[in-house]
Design a protein around this ligand. Structure first.
Ligand SMILES: Nc1ncnc2c1ncn2[C@@H]1O[C@H](COP(=O)(O)OP(=O)(O)OP(=O)(O)O)[C@@H](O)[C@H]1O
Ligand SMILES: [Mg+2]
Length: 331
């Protein structure tokens, strides 16, 4: 019971969109598909749905090629939202559910429940074209889940939502997960993925860079941090004598200190205490997903792929030396 992206390759003309991309999504998890613009996230989702044919490889759900499964196995939130502009919201939701064989009364009841959850009861009778971008997105999300699909493929579902709606959507993902659904969503917002995902795949230019349980991915670079807060002076003068440590972020509440290999966290604590600092907070920590992404890909996820050269670290981690071209390169 898992979704296996099995060595997918896909070109568009001379553009390599996917280059032997392979990873596995464990069932019943919220899974983050992470990559900068042009990484190949949308292409992978479209191949999973059978909308696009790969040049090589396949995607399988429980061992069966997804392209041969009923479309209702999946709930898809496309990157380019596609509501009917003139159709009223509830009518539209009932229509989409009907395509998956859901009877009108069931669809209407479920759709109203979802609208209420998203604080959008009043949207039911509005036309899609009258809705704000965020509200259209909520409606499209509901359209994707009304037929209770086993696997949700959500392409950038958090983009354009305000913080309240980000929270509501996060809760919805977790609830669907608790009901046994597998939720795959793409994003380049690492903090969202970090707060929500059990497992992730980091993809760059169509190649797998690092993936697996979030905890392992955050440890993949071997960087170790301690977070410490002391009373009084937050500039950490007491750390000066501890070799093999670097302050990567100094703050009033909490400072982050990176440890070189072989340096034990105890050395930091001992230095603080022996200098007379009053330690209020001390913890061992892994780098954030954002830090890991920058380390392994060579640039932040929210920076366009075509603006930066391929990083040697990323190419090495992916076991490949030939950087794929992006459409932007070709243009
Ligand atoms: N229909 C197409 N024709 C030509 N090139 C394409 C097509 N679809 C995708 N590509 C190219 O394939 C690569 C991967 O694109 P894809 O849309 O899968 O990336 P993405 O990770 O979804 O990016 P974004 O975060 O910008 O949505 C890009 O270089 C893109 O320009
Ligand atoms: Mg995309």
């Amino acid at each position: 019971m898992s979704l296996v992206v099995d060595h997918l390759s896909k070109r568009f003309g001379t553009v390599v969109a996917l280059d032997d991309l392979a990873f596995e999504v464990p069932p019943g998890q919220v899974f983050g598909f992470l990559g900068a613009n042009g990484a190949g996230k949308t292409t992978t989702m479209r191949i999973t749905l059978g909308v696009l044919e790969p040049d090589a490889g396949r995607v399988a759900w429980n061992g069966v090629a997804t392209s041969s499964l009923p479309r209702s196995t999946f709930g898809y939130l496309p990157e380019e939202r596609g509501l009917y502009p003139r159709m009223r919201v509830l009518e539209q939701l009932v229509f989409f559910a009907g395509l998956h064989g859901i009877p009108r009364d069931v669809a209407e009841r479920t759709a109203r429940d979802w609208l209420t959850r998203f604080r959008g009861e009043d949207l039911a009778t509005r036309r899609a074209e009258q809705l704000s971008k965020g509200n259209q997105q909520k409606v499209q999300f509901i359209a994707a889940v009304l037929h209770e699909p086993q696997v949700l493929l959500m392409d950038e579902p958090f983009t354009g939502l305000d913080p309240v709606n980000v929270l509501l959507l996060r809760e919805a993902f977790l609830e669907l997960r608790d009901r046994g659904r597998t939720v795959v969503f793409s994003t380049h917002q690492m903090e969202v993925a970090e707060a929500l995902c059990e497992s992730v795949a980091i993809v760059d230019r169509g190649r797998m860079v690092v993936g697996g349980p979030l905890r392992d991915v955050r440890r993949a670079t071997g960087r170790r941090l301690v977070h410490v807060a002391v009373e009084g002076d937050h500039r950490l003068p007491w750390l000066a004598g501890v070799s093999g440590t670097r302050i990567i972020q100094a703050g009033m509440d909490r400072s982050s200190i990176e440890l070189d290999p072989g340096v034990e966290p105890d050395a930091v604590l001992a230095a603080a205490i022996s200098a007379g600092a009053r330690v209020r907070h001390f913890e061992l920590a892994d780098p954030t997903l954002e830090q890991v992404f920058i380390d392994v890909v060579g640039r932040p996820a929210n920076e366009d792929a075509h603006l930066a050269p391929a990083s040697p670290a990323a190419a090495g981690a992916a076991g490949s030396t030939a950087p794929g071209r992006t459409a932007e390169d070709a243009a």
